[in-house]
Design a protein around this ligand. Structure first.
Ligand code: 4NP
Length: 162
């Protein structure tokens, strides 16, 4: 079976999307679905390309049980071909992703992270970059909620067996 390719996208690829990637990977691993998935993250901006996730996000994530080791890269139009599902953190990410293609098959792949949330009634994952530590915990709370139901929905949709 071909892998389900999931790409998480935020602005800088140093806070929200690498955390989403790390949390989703841990859930996949816990359910023994590693062979079924290819997971990555990217930013619509290029300021932090090559960098590890923001030190505050790495620290808070570690206290929550997630080690974030990805390196930032910029989202490109090729990602529409290389991934099955492209998950945006906020409305601006969503718009910037969609600007890079006018192919309806590509645009069908783009979804909002908060659309998977069951516990949080939010329309965007807030950008924690300019705030305090609590904002990073809040982002992780939202991402744990969203990735749990995203994984459940993909397990059902693709009839995966761990
Ligand atoms: P992210 O957070 O999009 O969740 O990675 C940000 C990272 C960097 C900046 C803004 C948001 N920045 O302005 O450099």
């Amino acid at each position: 079976m071909s892998k389900i390719r999931v790409l998480f996208v935020c602005l800088g690829n140093i806070c929200r999307s690498p955390a989403a990637e790390g949390i989703f990977l841990k859930k996949i691993d816990a359910k023994n679905f590693n062979r079924n998935f290819q997971v990555d993250s990217a930013g619509t901006g290029n300021w932090h390309v090559g960098q590890l996730p923001d030190a505050r996000m790495r620290q808070v994530s570690l206290t929550r049980g997630y080690e974030l080791t990805s390196r930032a890269r910029q989202f490109t139009a090729e990602d529409f071909e290389n991934f099955d599902l492209i998950v945006a953190m906020d409305n601006s990410n969503y718009a910037n992703i969609c600007k890079l293609s006018n192919n309806p098959e590509h645009l069908k792949k783009v979804t909002m992270m908060t659309s998977y949330c069951l516990k949080h009634k939010l329309t965007e994952v807030p950008d924690p970059y300019f705030g305090g530590e609590q904002g990073f915990h809040h982002v992780i709370d939202i991402l744990e909620d969203a990735t749990e139901s995203l994984l459940s929905s993909l397990i059902i949709k693709h009839k995966l067996e761990g």
